[in-house]
Design a protein around this ligand. Structure first.
Ligand SMILES: [Zn+2]
Length: 389
């Protein structure tokens, strides 16, 4: 196991893909934690190093397996988000299949190499697993932010996510394709994304560390979590860092960047800050960028690399959370094809095709509540897909 504890920049350090690996005394769940999938996000990596060091020192009773992996090793050593392309967009089914088959055409850029090595570690951990497999993916943001969680919208992911006392961002997956968690969710993992705070804020390390301790407790990898002081400290730390924030928010809008469009976010925005419709948020070469609707701002972009300018979020009340869980347990989605203009796609499970002429009469919320999150336009149809439960 390699443990590097230092406050110096990571550039000077030798970092292994495997941050640490501990097998428990009995069979049980597997908790896989990934960090620095973006190379300029060292907080999650430092957090994992600290957790492994403390586990080694305190040796609490564990079952199953706990594994910590670094995402983009070569970008970490440069302190860059990525070398050629975003490693967190490399996980399409076609790419994963090519990497697994070690086809030469799978290796198109520096990040494909990273993805291939990471996939190998993850696949072998999954093959060893004797219980449920969880993945906690640790990130940080370019702008200042309290910690928050992002979960693919399935009930089991949501149940896991709600064990963490931080706001939950729903619907981010509609805007991001081929993320690592997207892939792992399809492989049957229970997944959670966690944003610790601003990249270089020391508190982001603390928040990521807290998330890892809670994950160890809530997955059941820790046999007696109540007797592990770090777990209670973690719960308190995250609750204190998110006082007054809503339990859940939903992404309403993403401002995507075009190549070299001169995007510049106005300085000083913080994630979850309240905004009103029409507020000036930034500029690009076409002019001013104003809030399309009121709500909150999420992940304003204050770095050179990346193509998400900012997101607009809205509070998602506990009532809707409960209602959507109930609707899904009742399998109300089975009734959706009874609506006029809505058809099941017979070739693709979990997919509905909605006539666009009638789609505008339906609030998309109905489909969201039933778990249909991915949507795209195909001809005169709106196609929505839900994840397997
Ligand atoms: Zn990231």
């Amino acid at each position: 196991m390699s443990i590097v504890v230092s406050t110096e920049p990571l550039i000077a350090l030798e970092v292994d893909r495997l941050v640490g690996q501990l097998a428990g005394e009995a069979a049980g769940p597997t908790l896989l934690c990934t960090a620095s999938l973006h190379g300029n996000e060292p907080a999650g990596l430092r957090a994992l190093q600290k957790v492994f060091a403390r586990l080694e020192a305190e040796r609490p009773r564990m079952r199953g397996e706990f594994i910590g992996l670094v995402g983009n090793l070569s970008a970490v050593s440069l302190g860059e988000r990525f070398i050629d392309s975003d490693l967190n967009r490399h996980w399409s089914p076609a790419k994963v299949a090519a990497l697994r088959a070690r086809r030469a055409d799978a290796l198109e850029d520096a990040e494909d190499l990273e993805a291939g090595q990471l996939l190998e570690e993850i696949d072998s951990a999954a093959a060893r697993a004797r219980g449920e497999v969880y993945c906690l993916d640790l990130h940080s943001t370019s702008g200042e932010s309290p910690p928050f969680a992002t979960a693919m919208d399935t009930l089991r992911n949501r149940r896991f996510a709600l064990r963490f006392p931080v706001p939950h961002v729903l619907g981010l997956e509609e805007h991001l394709d081929h993320t690592l968690l997207d892939h792992l969710d399809g492989e049957g993992f229970i997944t959670l994304g966690f944003e610790g705070g601003q990249h270089d804020d020391p508190r982001s390390v603390d928040h990521c560390e807290a998330a890892v301790w809670l994950a160890l407790a809530e997955t059941g990898v820790l046999i007696e979590p109540d007797g592990v002081p770090a777990v209670e400290e973690a719960r308190k730390r995250l609750a204190a860092a998110t006082t007054g924030l809503p339990q859940a928010v939903e992404v309403r809008y993403r401002h995507g960047l075009r190549e070299d469009d001169g995007f510049e976010m106005l300085p000083g925005f913080v994630s979850f800050q309240t905004i009103s419709e029409g507020d000036l948020l930034g500029r690009n070469d076409r002019g001013e960028l104003r809030a399309p609707e009121g709500g909150g701002i999420l992940m304003p972009l204050y770095q050179r690399q990346g193509d998400d300018g900012f997101f607009v979020i809205r509070k998602f009340s506990a009532f809707w959370l409960t209602l959507s869980s109930t609707l899904r347990q009742l399998r109300v989605d089975a009734l959706l094809p009874l609506l006029p203009g809505v058809h099941r796609d017979l070739d693709r499970p979990g997919t509905l095709r909605i006539d666009r002429h009638v789609a505008r009469f339906y609030a998309l919320q109905i489909f969201h509540l039933a778990g249909y999150r991915k949507k795209r336009i195909e001809g005169d149809q709106l196609v929505v897909t839900r994840r397997k439960e």
